[in-house]
Write a protein that binds this ligand. Structure first.
Ligand code: ATP
Ligand code: MG
Length: 401
């Protein structure tokens, strides 16, 4: 029996004349992701994408599961039905349903059958198929009864052009838009909870991610760096490959602590980060910066402080977590799979030199006066020269593996 994933489109269904190009992008993305897992065929028709094992390829259960998870993490797909394919005659449909759903149906109490007949030439009407199949399932599974209002499982039969598809319903998938359809953004990725979530949220809206992590070795550790690499890897399961730049801020931090008023320290550092991120963004052809800031969460995230940070860059800065509470951000982090890594207790380059009395209402002229004590350009160029770049994908092996 062949198992097929029927993928339902999210918003791209609304794209009118551009819909075909969005669909093409999504199919390409699925093919790219699945090629590491097995030989799958990706095609579309009748408002769904079909993901099926190519002729001659028979995936085992683990491979099927991995392929299913990959599809579930691909933005642009709103729901996936895991189906068995059957020839288009009722006996075959019944036989397939009895075998394919046997484990599921043995473990539940109530069900109903829903049929969608996209191929109107099929000789039985939708309600007849539902009633006949419902009767056959009741006879085969004595534990079952029908509940049309609130069933444990909805058995779905879809009669399409080439075959019939039987599933135990569909699962809500990643939603959003295909990655790459809305440009590329440079994510400032720290080891915290918020920035991986921010990156994921923009990727969900079709933005391809590049990332930059600032470290201050030896004040920050190798473990802190590996934690960020692990976070990027987890986000890349959704966003696809991420080019991650690692930039050293050690010299800048040391100079700031020597030359500048401590109260401005975090803000000055954040301005450096933004300038360096923007330069990397320009050379990587990114159209925006992305950060994990949330209104008022810490001193450097007041409205005034954010204005001070933004004023050094010309690019738009997207902060998708800006209106979210920490609890809400954590809920998303759990869904993305980054939360457990984010809470590992490694230091960040912002936290090793935290001022005791950070300015929450900074004024730009005063910040600039502090900044003039340092030669900004040469510092930025030295930091950029130190940059290392790693291509992160879900298959990236870090040194511990
Ligand atoms: P997070 O939980 O993502 O670390 P945070 O609430 O701790 O965020 P800050 O440390 O003030 O906030 O940082 C705000 C944002 O600045 C982060 O969300 C991230 O986008 C960026 N940022 C902070 N530190 C770094 C770093 N070391 N490298 C790259 N970006 C950073
Ligand atoms: Mg942080």
């Amino acid at each position: 029996m062949r198992e097929i994933f029927l993928c339902k489109y999210g918003e791209i269904i609304l794209k009118g004349a551009n819909r075909a190009s969005f669909e093409g992008l999504l199919r390409r993305e699925l093919r790219f992701r699945l090629q590491r897992i097995g030989k799958y065929r990706v095609s579309s028709g009748q408002s769904v994408i079909f993901v099926e094992p190519a002729p001659g390829f028979e995936p085992d259960e683990d491979t099927s599961e991995q392929a299913y998870k990959t599809v579930m993490r691909t933005f642009g797909i709103i729901a996936v039905a895991r189906c068995a394919e059957a020839e288009k005659n009722f006996d075959k449909i019944r036989e397939t349903a009895l075998t394919y759903l046997s484990e599921k149906l043995s473990s539940i109490k109530t069900f109903k059958v829903e049929t969608k007949r996209a191929d109107k030439r099929f000789p039985m009407r939708s309600f007849e198929i539902s009633a006949e199949l419902g009767g056959a399932l009741l006879a085969a599974f004595p534990n079952l009864s029908v509940d049309v209002h609130n069933p444990d499982v909805v058995v779905k039969v879809e009669i399409r052009d080439d075959a019939a598809y039987i599933s135990a319903g569909q699962e809500h998938a990643a939603g959003g838009m295909p990655v790459g359809c809305n440009g590329r953004g440079m994510l400032l990725l720290s080891g915290g909870i918020d920035s991986p979530v921010a990156g994921w949220m923009m990727a969900k809206r079709g933005v391809q991610l590049n990332a930059v992590y600032f470290e201050a070795f030896p004040y920050t550790s190798i473990q802190a760096r590996e934690k960020v690499i692990e976070l990027a890897k987890q986000v890349s399961r959704w966003s696809g490959t991420i080019m991650l730049h690692i930039v050293s801020l050690t010299e800048i931090e040391e100079e700031l602590t020597k030359a500048c008023n401590e109260d401005y320290f975090t803000l000055l550092l954040r301005r450096y980060m933004m300038r360096i991120a923007e330069k990397l963004a320009v050379s990587d052809e990114c159209g925006a910066l992305i950060t994990g800031e949330s209104m008022g969460q810490v001193a450097s995230q007041t409205m005034e402080a954010l204005a001070v940070t933004d004023s050094v860059v010309g690019m738009p800065v997207f902060r998708p977590c800006i209106g979210m509470d920490k609890e809400e951000i954590i809920t998303v982090a759990r869904r993305v799979g980054t939360f457990e890594t984010s809470i590992l207790p490694y230091e960040d380059c912002c936290t090793v030199f935290t001022p005791k009395h950070p300015k929450t209402r900074p004024e730009i002229p005063k910040v600039c006066a502090e900044e003039e004590k340092i030669d900004i350009e040469s510092r930025i160029n030295a930091a950029l020269a130190s940059a290392e770049t790693i291509k992160i994908s879900p298959f990236y092996k870090n040194s511990a593996e």
